[in-house]
Design a protein around this ligand. Structure first.
Ligand SMILES: [Zn+2]
Length: 394
């Protein structure tokens, strides 16, 4: 067969992982198939692979239902939502973005919150503290699909469903007139299960190493094309372009699992390898690189990321004629696990994004030229980090 271009491979991988294999929650059969694809690819490039298993608490919803005035509305359960005891019926109160200032008298109510400003798990916990019985959450900009939210790990305090913005705004209007009353029913279970990290390496001469992370799992019911097939496919391209290089430092390509449960795979890894991490000179995290333009996250949920490493990436990009912008981000990603373990970490992502953590996060919404650019940049960055003359751990 004729040689495939980088763009062809990125498109093939995105189609297969997000649209055929489909939603890949950690420890699911689909996640296992995705793991096999990544492992086969890395091994075909000559990289040494190992799979690292870890225990975590997963979530599975068997059935759920949101009804208003007797008819069912489209919804899906938030990850880590507790089950309802039978059916829960209560009036709806709109709490905006669910920040501390916005949550007023919610006792005995089902709160309606928008995604943004803080993580949805915080909105639910704060509302629960004030006596709310349940939560409905939606992303305003997600016109057609449903944002797939998550509550506090391993299980949140109140049952919560996600709805489309159409449903959310309709309920908001009705709530304003005191006419919104809904029933929620969720039958879900949390269970102890096993996640699988995949680590593939290009062996260097020294004992030092740099690690690139990209989480493999998606939220249940999200095809997770941008979040995070875009990064997994890009990381495989980066490994391809560096596989035959003679490097000083080792490069590790780390496909993490259960990131969507609160960074479980990367947290397990940094905890289990504390001693080795003194030899880890940098972590470059890719999360949601398939839409918008090239961005570096300067600060995320866990605090500021490494300014030195961000400076290094920016300089490499400048040398390639790639413009990098920076922004803060309310959520976290696997870079946080490395950063809190003392390793300089950065997060490359695309922004703005059009289909984030959504049922509509599909392969047709990815910008493959952007991903090819991310792959070129990522390869140059990792090659630089493998060279002790170019990068020293700060
Ligand atoms: Zn992600």
């Amino acid at each position: 067969m004729a040689q495939l271009s980088s763009l062809d491979r990125l498109r093939d991988d995105a189609l297969y992982l997000s649209n055929v294999i489909g939603p890949r929650p950690a420890a699911s059969k689909a996640d296992e198939r995705a793991l096999r694809l990544y492992k086969d690819r890395f091994e075909s490039l000559g990289l040494e692979c190992r799979v690292e298993e870890f225990a975590f608490t997963g979530f599975e919803a068997e059935d759920w239902r949101l009804t208003a005035e007797g008819s069912e509305l489209p919804s899906l359960p938030c990850v880590a939502s507790p089950s309802t005891k039978g059916s829960l019926t209560a009036p709806v109160v709109d709490i905006g973005y669910g920040t501390d200032e916005e949550i007023g008298d919610v006792k005995g109510k089902i709160v309606l919150a928008r995604i943004g400003k803080n993580h949805e798990s915080f909105k639910a916990e704060k509302a629960a503290e004030k006596g709310a019985l349940g939560m409905l959450v939606f992303a305003e900009e997600e016109k057609w699909g449903i944002y797939t939210g998550r509550l506090r790990y391993p299980v949140g305090s109140i049952p919560a469903l996600c709805v489309s913005s159409t449903t959310g705004l309709r309920l908001s209007k009705a709530a304003l007139h005191g006419e919104a009353k809904v029933s929620i029913k969720i039958n879900a279970k949390v269970r102890d299960t096993t996640g699988k990290n995949l680590l593939a390496q290009i062996k260097g001469r020294s004992s030092e190493y740099a690690v690139m992370t990209a989480h493999r799992d998606s939220r249940p019911l999200s095809p997770g094309a941008n979040d995070n097939v875009s990064s997994g496919a890009t990381m495989m391209e980066i490994a391809r372009s560096l596989a035959d290089k003679k490097l000083d430092r080792t490069l590790v390509f780390f496909s993490t699992d259960a990131e969507e449960y609160g960074l479980r795979g990367s947290l397990y890894h940094v905890d289990a390898h504390r001693d080795e991490l003194t030899r880890c000179v940098a972590n470059v995290n890719l999360d949601s690189v398939g839409q918008g333009t090239v961005h570096l996250v300067d600060k995320d949920r866990a605090g500021p990321l490494s300014p030195a490493l961000n400076g290094f990436v920016t300089k490499v990009a400048r040398g390639m004629g790639i413009r990098v912008k920076s922004r803060s981000w309310q959520n976290g990603s696997d870079c946080d696990s490395f950063m809190t373990a003392g390793v300089p970490a950065c997060w490359i992502r695309g922004w703005p994004t059009t289909s984030f953590n959504s049922t509509m996060d599909t392969f047709d919404k990815l910008d493959y030229k952007l991903m090819a650019k991310m792959a070129r940049l990522g390869a140059r960055v990792m090659e630089g980090l493998a060279d002790p003359r170019k990068w020293k751990r700060t």
